[in-house]
Design a protein around this ligand. Structure first.
Ligand SMILES: [Zn+2]
Length: 255
């Protein structure tokens, strides 16, 4: 398949162009979590022509996933297939020109360096702070960028976490105690907000890979039901245990 034809609409976009598309073909990304956010992210990256995409998720497809996890269907749920493998197979049919590596395992302290250390950017498709703090520690220690994203009900947030800038623990210093906050099971989650936040994560990853000066610096916060979009400045905390004091407790002392 010819690049000029397949990616014509991206080649014509001034922010990408032929040189940008060629860079994307060499781009490497890891997506941690292949649920609602992760399938939106992976779908976007594969169609955009990211050269290598690693998909990390230990779970299997269930019926309740189909409302928002856009790469899966009823056959996948009935068979209980692994999300990482089903998403990889689907996207490989969408774009045979990209390399997709499914890893049906949970990201933890033992494997996180290998998962995020050999890629240009890591994207957050997780649904819990434990995994995000782990990614945050590993990326800070290895000097790698990652894109944070989270969704609940009709709302979502996203922030680019790049070396030298504020990290997730500058924003949220300690993980909220388990049980102290609403979850998708109790508060729900709309597939429109997961699609939007996933798309935002993917386009910011694209800008990071391309070295664009337009990589967003603020925390983006969206409430979809009342159509509120806000950009919030986040300052780096010099006492931050991850990017300030370099303690990385979620790798060194995993829970
Ligand atoms: Zn920090």
């Amino acid at each position: 398949m010819r690049t000029e034809t397949r990616y014509q609409r991206q080649l014509a976009f001034s922010g990408i162009g032929p040189a940008g598309q060629e860079r994307l073909a060499r781009a490497r990304a890891t997506v941690i979590g292949v649920g609602a956010l992760g399938t939106a992210i992976a779908n976007s990256l594969a169609r955009a022509g990211f050269g290598f995409i690693r998909l990390v998720d230990p779970d299997r497809v269930e019926e309740s996933n189909l409302q928002r996890q856009m790469l899966f269907d009823e056959d996948d749920a009935a068979a209980g297939v692994l999300k990482a493998e089903a998403a990889a197979a689907r996207l490989q049919r969408v774009n045979s020109g990209v390399s997709i590596e499914p890893i049906a395992a949970r990201a933890d302290a033992s494997n996180i360096d290998a998962l995020v250390g050999d890629v240009d950017v890591t994207l957050d498709g997780t649904d819990n702070f434990e995994a995000r703090y782990l990614v945050n520690d590993a990326c800070a220690r290895l000097g790698r960028p990652w894109v944070y994203g989270g969704v609940l009900a009709d709302s979502g947030v996203s922030m680019n976490i790049v070396p030298g800038g504020p990290c997730l623990r500058c924003l949220i210093p300690e993980p909220p105690p388990a049980g102290s906050f609403a979850t998708p099971e109790t508060a729900g989650v709309l597939n429109q907000i997961t699609a939007i936040i996933g798309s935002i994560e993917a386009v910011e990853a694209m800008k990071i890979v391309l070295g664009s000066p337009d990589v967003r610096r603020s925390l983006l916060s969206i409430s979809l039901w009342d159509a509120q979009f806000n950009a919030i400045d986040v300052q780096r905390n010099p006492e931050c245990p991850t990017c300030g004091r370099l303690e990385h407790p979620f790798i060194l002392f995993p829970t």
